[in-house]
Design a binder for this molecule. Structure first.
Ligand code: MN
Ligand code: MN
Length: 460
């Protein structure tokens, strides 16, 4: 065909595909609703992969073609592999996505009382437009480790019988000054304090009675004392389940599509792969929203260690053969793309923008200010990907993150590229990115899943 065409997923799907697409969306909605922190998502992924026959690599001395293994790093990363028939030195076919999402983390010393109200101090995590996070029902998710090492899992605000918490916003009637501020300054980071109580404990003469009431509650329910906040990871996230969006139910609204939508589709794609030629893998990483640093971010060497562990158990050298494996690997670094938004058309250049329902999005490069900091995928690699997508009849599009010099961004592709792999950014278009509630198309989700399966099976 001389001219490029951009059909919509809905025009391509027969009745059975539409049913499969809806069923897939339903399962995703369920996992997204349960996995609102990186730890929760990794826990769900572990359960899901074990149900598919994956085994912890630590428990195995040898692996062979067809084996399914996983490794978990600090409960916040999971690496899953299906061993191929070819040596790993010929390269792995990898899918990578991140499972951390923007949110508000509690500070180390969060609990305080002000004029008989009890609040929690937060520090936002990742890029957020702060004004979006106020006047909303919020939940508290996370873990607390007591001094003796005992772990307590916390989820408050999800069960319909649970209370929710939240951050107040100034009433419009008294917002004369605030309304003159820019969006960046109207709600300040230090004002993102979560209201959690207004009921007193003790007697009228006592001090900080509302705080005392909350501490009593936490002690009663979790055996917690105030100092335990220091060894906790408690995240304030939007309360409630993800759900169908649009009168026609064609989309999904949920918290944390960035990037659990790609993470989920990647994981499910790996589960479709039996007896692959190349060893295939799915990486779910943490800390992407804050620069991928630290032991659970993609900059850490843990991934390389896990690949060496895998190669050792496969009887391959962790020297020369490992280096060849890295250089020969091929990866889709999957993260969400900015979907065209009819309310804000001016930030995009229409010929190079991601649109809902046109399938998986490939970004040859990301970056900002003249592709700064980007991973620029090689055209040789793009040609292979195109070939596979077209051969498998998968809908795909390419996009940039906004107009030239409008802004920009980047993800883990460059980090993996630094290891010598062929990597391209790929993913699913999302509206409201980094807002408490983000939106994706069901059709794009299913098409990305199909694209990932094709990539894992066919890429050489
Ligand atoms: Mn992302
Ligand atoms: Mn993001």
């Amino acid at each position: 065909m001389l001219k490029r065409e951009f059909p919509l997923v809905w025009d391509r799907y027969e009745k059975t595909s539409l049913e499969a697409c809806d069923a897939f969306a339903k399962e995703y909605i369920d996992m997204l609703s349960k996995g609102k922190t990186e730890r929760e998502f990794v826990r769900e992924a572990k359960e899901a992969c074990e149900a598919q026959g994956f085994k912890n690599i630590e428990a195995l001395d040898r692996v062979q073609a067809g084996d399914k293994v996983y490794a978990i790093n600090m409960d916040k990363n999971i690496f899953m592999f299906v061993v191929g028939s070819e040596p790993m030195a010929k390269g792995l076919n990898l899918l990578g996505a991140h499972v951390d999402s923007p949110r508000l983390d509690l500070k180390q010393n969060p609990l305080y009382e002000n004029n008989n109200l009890c609040l929690l101090e937060t520090h936002y995590y990742g890029g957020v437009k702060k004004y979006q996070w106020v006047a909303q029902p919020m939940a508290i998710h996370g873990v607390v480790f007591k001094e003796n090492g005992e772990r307590v899992d916390v989820v408050i605000g999800e069960d319909p019988s649970d209370p929710v918490v939240g951050i107040s916003d100034l009433l419009i009637h008294l917002s004369k000054d605030q309304m003159q501020e820019t969006l960046a300054k109207g709600v300040k980071g230090e004002d993102l304090n979560v209201l959690v109580g207004s009921r007193p404990a003790g007697e009228e003469k006592d001090k900080d009675r509302m705080k005392a009431y909350i501490l009593d509650l936490l002690h009663e329910k979790y055996g917690m004392v105030e100092e335990d906040f220091v060894s906790s990871e408690l995240e304030i996230v939007p309360a409630g389940r993800a759900r169908e969006y649009g009168l026609d139910r064609s989309m999904i609204m949920g918290y944390g599509h960035d990037d659990r939508v790609c993470a989920y589709a990647s994981m499910r794609a790996l589960f479709e792969v039996e007896q692959p030629t190349m060893t295939t893998g799915c990486i779910l990483c943490d800390k992407e929203e804050v620069g991928s640093q630290g032991a659970t971010g993609m900059h850490s060497e843990v991934f390389q260690h896990v690949v060496r562990d895998l190669m050792e158990r496969h009887g391959e050298s962790t020297g020369k053969e490992y280096r060849a494996a890295m250089r020969n690997s091929r990866m889709l670094s999957s993260d969400v793309s900015a979907a065209f938004d009819p309310n804000y058309p001016s930030v995009n250049e229409p010929n190079n923008t991601a649109y809902f329902n046109r399938g998986i999005v490939f970004n040859k490069y990301t970056g900002s200010g003249g592709k700064g900091g980007c991973n620029d995928a090689n055209p040789e690699f793009m040609a292979k990907i195109r070939g596979i997508m077209n051969q498998e009849n998968i809908l795909w599009q390419t996009a940039e993150l906004g107009k030239v010099d409008q802004g920009g961004g980047g993800t883990i592709a460059g980090i993996m590229g630094n290891m010598g792999m062929s990597v391209i950014d790929a993913g699913i278009a999302v509206q409201n990115m980094h807002a408490p509630w983000e939106v994706v198309s069901k059709g794009d989700l299913y098409e990305a899943f199909r694209a990932y399966v094709a990539f894992l099976r066919e890429m050489k």
